[in-house]
Design a protein. Structure first.
Length: 706
């Protein structure tokens, strides 16, 4: 094995060690507390980039210190045989020793359960590693300026290092159990980062909400692993075994269907899909760099990654992909409708993230017939491009927030393009990419998803059952309408922030939160001005990436497909013929241009149109969108309040019944020993003699009567 593959374990190791060093020596490091974490993430990025050339066919023969597994001929893809490269670290879990196990028995290595700590390197892994570490590095640089002066500065970077460790470990894991362990680690780190300002009640509540909702999804992942262990060949939970063609033939249809739906359950929580999306908007209470890192490029994409990694199992039952596609479509539409009226710039981007994740689910839901390979490719390509422009938008909103004294309500500022030129132009690039305009990153990936849905509509009747094509056709039209909504709310956020008359917040602003700390020029030298270079340079880099990654890696060059095609478990998918889907390109572009034009006419300048639209619709649709369709209130009434009532009853039973019985059992011996028998032990000899005589008389009476 080459040195780069042998050192793959260093990718999660560096952020972990540097995060620990920051936590231990943070106070001594002071203002330089970010340096170890930035160095650790930078080293992880370098090693990840070195892996790019090590996942191809020419590297298969090198396996010193590791192993090559899952080799298969990707004839459908036009490549030479590809394989995953694995790096064994140590034996992690070994349970249920079986003595004298015979060859061919359903036991792995003499143990009923054997889980090695083993890392996997293939095309999908390398793409995710490069994306995660690159975005994390830029976010860490940005954070060194954004979080400057915060009393928890070292703690913040220690938690960032721990998060990058968990996320890279999740991507590298070679089996479902190890993935689950890092999956939980990512959840814990998100809880810590969302609730970083734990003294702020809203932040603490948002962290708890995110943690609990994600635990609901994690139950599905755990159940999937339990079921998987009972159903797969040799109890081997490695990806190469579970997703192999031989194992998929061995597993029953019920097991494949149940496990696929449980994995979908897990993914809906982590990737914020209906009905478990409610945690992500509230998570905006955390520091803005956290939103750029976790809620744009890394943690929220873990659910999409899990489904893509498990695609052969997910696509094995024809009825599962339409369910995934329908969930993604509904999520994308509902989140886009909610984003239309939000006034918090970060919440607009949060609902946009939910909607774009819905597009990724729609892409994965097209994995039927001859569209299977295009399904995973288009989903992961949108995941890849979205990471750049959404991280750019979140960091851009953080730059605005930093300049406006941590005010983020778009009603309280505006016309900032002259004061913040770098933030303005980079935010514009990200907005156009999110809207899906040529030639930016979002254009290429969004149109691939639209093309995949349209092709699935043609395949559905033949691959699933007659009439299913109607579902995909409706999803296609909904996706186009959602693209229009995306362009509109993105333009609304951009124009309200940077165009129109200049407005700056102040403590006397009628919209100001009296509990919010507002800076002014006397206390904050950056108030109302462009952010420092340590914050704007990452914006420029992300904007440059947003401009070029779509065209450079997209269908023109085929680089993304070529790299991702080195994922051996996908070689069983049916190839798709490359063609330019002009219908989707034209319709998607029309939707984007129309949405942006409408947003300009309403918010690019002073206009009566927003009020007229609100009055024309009677105000009710506006109130529903602004109130987020009152889903939070519905959850509160149907789930939270009954749970609290149940908790109150349980507390009563525990404190007054269970504890009461325990206290009663403790009180009876005390009553007998101290209150009844205690007075007898008084030390008076005369009393003891009288008691003895009385006892003797009682015994004699008993003898006489009997």
């Amino acid at each position: 094995m080459t040195d780069s593959i042998r050192s793959v374990w260093l990718i999660p190791f560096f952020p972990l060690v540097c995060g620990i060093l920051t936590a231990v020596f943070g106070r001594r490091l002071g203002r330089a507390a970010h340096v170890p974490v930035i160095v650790g993430i930078g080293l992880s990025l370098l090693i990840s980039m070195a892996m790019i050339s090590k996942t191809g066919p020419t590297a298969i023969q090198h396996h010193d210190g590791g192993s090559v597994s899952g080799g298969s001929t990707a004839g459908n893809h036009g490549h030479a045989p590809v394989a995953s490269r694995t790096k064994f670290v140590y034996d992690w879990i070994q349970a249920g020793k079986v003595d004298g196990s015979t060859e061919g028995s359903n036991v792995n290595g003499g143990y009923q359960l054997e889980i090695p700590f083993e890392f996997r390197v293939d095309g999908l892994t390398v793409m995710m590693l490069c994306m995660v570490t690159f975005v994390a590095l830029l976010v860490a640089f940005f954070s060194s300026g954004y979080m400057d002066g915060d009393p928890g500065y070292p703690r913040f970077f220690a938690e960032v290092g721990l998060f990058v460790f968990a996320m890279t470990g999740l991507v590298l894991s070679n089996n479902f159990v190890l993935t689950y362990a890092f999956w939980e680690g990512v959840g814990v780190c998100s809880y810590l980062l969302i609730g970083f300002w734990y003294k702020k009640p809203a932040a603490a509540a948002a962290a708890k909400k995110a943690f609990l909702v994600n635990r609901i999804g994690d139950v599905g992942f755990a159940l999937a692993i339990f079921w998987m262990w009972t159903s797969v060949l040799n109890h081997d939970l490695s990806y190469d075994n579970v997703l192999s063609a031989a194992n998929l033939e061995f597993m029953s249809t019920d097991a494949k269907l149940g496990i696929a739906l449980l994995l979908l359950w897990a993914a809906t929580a982590k990737s914020a899909q209906i009905p478990l999306y409610v945690w992500l908007p509230d998570a905006m209470e955390g520091p803005t760099p956290v939103s750029a890192l976790i809620h744009a490029a890394t943690m929220v994409t873990a659910g999409v990654y899990l489904l893509a990694r498990s695609a052969p199992l997910i696509f094995a039952v024809p009825f599962v992909p339409p369910i995934i596609c329908a969930i993604g479509c509904l999520t994308a539409l509902v989140a886009a409708l909610m984003a239309l009226t939000q006034n918090d710039l970060k919440r607009v981007l949060a609902y946009s993230t939910i909607s774009q994740l819905g597009f990724m689910f729609m892409a994965l839901g097209t994995g039927i017939g001859n569209v299977t390979l295009l399904a995973v490719m288009s989903a992961m390509f949108h995941l890849f491009t979205h990471a750049f422009f959404k991280a750019l938008l979140f960091l851009g909103s953080g730059s605005v927030m930093h300049s406006m004294g941590h005010v983020i309500d778009m009603r309280r500022f505006g016309g900032l393009r002259h004061r913040m030129p770098v933030t303005h132009w980079t935010f514009a690039v990200g907005s156009l990419a999110l809207a899906g305009l040529f030639p930016l990153a979002g254009f290429w990936s969004k149109d691939e998803i639209l093309s995949a849905i349209r092709l699935a509509a043609g395949e559905a009747d033949r691959s699933i059952r007659p009439g299913t094509s109607t579902l995909y056709s409706l999803i296609y039209l909904t996706a186009l309408f959602t693209s229009f909504l995306t362009a509109f709310y993105t333009g609304r956020a951009y124009f309200k922030t940077f165009w129109g008359p200049e407005r700056l917040p102040s403590p006397s602003d009628p919209e100001a939160d009296p509990d919010e700390h507002l800076h002014d020029a006397a206390h904050d030298p950056h108030f109302g001005h462009e952010s420092p270079a340590v914050m704007t340079i990452p914006l420029v880099i992300l904007a440059a990436c947003t401009l070029v990654v779509g065209a450079f890696f997209g269908p023109i060059t085929g680089l993304f497909e070529s790299g991702l095609g080195r994922t051996p478990t996908w070689s069983q998918f049916t190839a798709y013929a490359h063609h330019t889907d002009w219908i989707s390109i034209i319709l998607g572009t029309i939707a984007a241009v129309t949405g942006l034009a409408l947003s300009w006419s309403m918010y690019g300048q002073e206009s009566p149109l927003p009020g007229r639209f609100a009055s024309l619709l009677g105000g009710r649709p506006y109130r529903w969108s602004l109130g987020k369709f009152f889903v939070d209130q519905l959850y509160t009434n149907l789930l939270v309040k009954p749970t609290r009532i149940l908790a109150t009853i349980a507390k009563f039973v525990d404190v007054y019944l269970v504890d009461g019985v325990v206290r009663l059992l403790a009180w009876i011996p005390r009553l007998v020993g101290r209150d009844l028998l205690g007075p007898i032990q008084n030390g008076l000899v005369q009393f003891y003699a009288a008691a003895t005589a009385l006892g003797l008389v009682l015994l004699l009476l008993i003898l006489l009567l009997t």
